[in-house]
Write a protein that binds this ligand. Structure first.
Ligand code: PLP
Length: 448
């Protein structure tokens, strides 16, 4: 199979690209000048013609252990040979239970129960549905309002785009969920430009939750969902004290707090979960992506015992939650995750990220002063650079930067709007951080 895959890569010609409608992609432009990858190992992708590309984004913020790690590959291969698929509706398999216990042990507080799905979007919709159902089974069915945040990204399901706050992801898709409000986003260039880590300014923005609760009354509010660090909107680190304040307000009014940790989970900010970094325990955590280093689609939520136990009543043969996916807890995804969590532990990758954070932040800040650089933000092993737009061409400069980085400088980066984001695998060496930042600098000069 490896040989035939290689053959397929070799023969791929531009006119083979028509049928696949790529997600979140400028398709016509891509098909004129494709950015193709054929294989990957550790910190690099390789193009079909064998050119090495430094992976500056861990795939799509997911390959935290680096690519094609032998232990993960072997675990997937062995699992495929042993048990390819097992239904999770009324049946189970050892890998799913082992992984759930492992994740519960890594999670903060009493987040001791795991519900599996297959992506971050499904994790978000699962979290929102569990929150709503929790209030129903607890006799407070009037708590139906959901509160998200401007510039939030919670995937692309109808629930996720409703609580999300990225205009382009919402405006073409109808009326969305009713009864949703949004907190203000936390970014202000005026107050926080070029700051590493959590900005000093902005904790007071959490107080807007009080205003929303006062408007609607707490008895109608089910849950608040935020990303501890907003990632896809262009990397917005939480202001110091902001998440703590959100927790306090939720506690005061009995509102559930959901952390969407699809990006911030599994070491990206130097801890198993951002909840740990900030000493704030939410009621539900969503996860996906790096749980198995992006190797097999998987997502899930961790919920508190209080929430879980509220469902565990009534006759024993009744289904407690009418929700789930054919591929919930897929054996291949579980095996990959168990091997990945071993790697994170054995190579101490979360602590390593904490150690690298200052050097990474300083290296990124060295790009200050290059043409068109308006702001740089860093947190954990995440960095973002805002570029000035060209006149009448919003996003064009960043798009060209992403394309030229890949085609000419051997670097994969991610863009949103006019922001360049880098989120390398956690195995990146200090030399490779230098190389990444050096390449970024060249790219920024090239699009001046
Ligand atoms: N939630 C957050 C915070 C994300 O960053 C993402 C994806 O980037 C998602 C949800 C959606 O995940 P997926 O693309 O796996 O559906």
């Amino acid at each position: 199979p490896a040989a035939s895959l290689r053959a397929a890569n070799d023969v791929l010609a531009p006119n083979d690209l028509e049928a696949w409608w790529l997600p979140f992609t400028a398709n016509r432009s891509f098909k004129r000048r494709p950015r193709m990858v054929a294989r990957a190992k550790d910190m690099h992708y390789y193009t079909p013609d064998g050119r090495a590309v430094l992976d500056g984004v861990a795939g799509l913020w997911c390959c935290n252990a680096g690519h094609n790690r032998d232990a993960i590959v072997s675990a997937i291969q062995a699992q495929a040979a042993e048990l390819d698929y097992s239904p999770a509706f009324q049946f189970g398999h050892a890998g799913g239970f082992a992984l759930a216990s492992r994740l519960a042990a890594m999670a903060p507080g009493d987040l001791d129960h795991v519900f599996f799905c297959n992506s971050g979007s499904e994790a978000v919709d699962t979290a929102l549905k569990v929150a709503l159902a929790y209030w129903n089974v607890s006799g407070q069915g009037s708590r139906t309002r959901l509160i998200g945040r401007e510039r939030g990204y919670h995937g692309v399901g109808f629930g996720g785009i409703s609580v999300g706050g990225i205009v382009t992801n919402r405006k073409h898709f109808g009326t969305l969920l009713a009864g949703v409000d949004h907190l203000p986003h936390t970014y202000s260039r005026e107050h926080q430009a070029f700051s590493t880590g959590e900005p000093e300014w902005g904790a007071h923005l959490a107080d807007d939750l009080e205003r929303i609760v006062t408007l609607h009354d707490a008895s109608t509010v089910a849950a608040v969902i935020v990303e501890p660090m907003a990632g896809s909107t262009g990397v917005l680190p939480p202001p110091k004290g902001y998440l703590q304040r959100l927790r306090q307000i939720c506690d005061r009014h009995g509102i559930l707090l959901i952390f969407d940790e699809v990006i911030s989970g599994f070491g990206r900010l130097g801890h198993a979960f951002a909840a740990e970094r900030y000493g704030v325990t939410p009621d539900i955590i969503t996860f996906a992506k790096a749980v198995n280093s992006g190797t097999v689609p998987m997502g899930g939520i961790l919920v508190s015992s209080r929430i879980h136990d509220a469902f565990m009543k009534g006759p024993e043969q009744t289904i407690e939650l009418f929700h789930g996916y054919t591929y919930s807890g897929h054996p291949l995804a579980c095996a990959a995750a168990l091997a990945t969590l071993d790697l994170y532990r054995d190579e101490d990758l979360f602590a390593r990220t904490r150690r690298l954070e200052p050097a990474f932040g300083a290296a990124m800040m060295s790009l200050r002063g290059l043409p068109n650089v308006l702001d740089i933000r860093t947190l954990g092993l995440v960095g973002a650079i805002d570029l000035a737009s060209r006149p009448d061409a919003a996003g064009a400069r960043a798009f060209e930067a992403m394309d030229r980085a890949f085609q000419e400088h051997g670097l994969m980066i991610r863009i949103t709007g006019e922001t360049l984001a880098v989120t390398p695998p956690l195995i990146i060496s200090e030399d490779q951080i230098g190389e990444l930042v050096d390449k970024l600098g060249r790219v920024i000069r090239a699009v001046a």
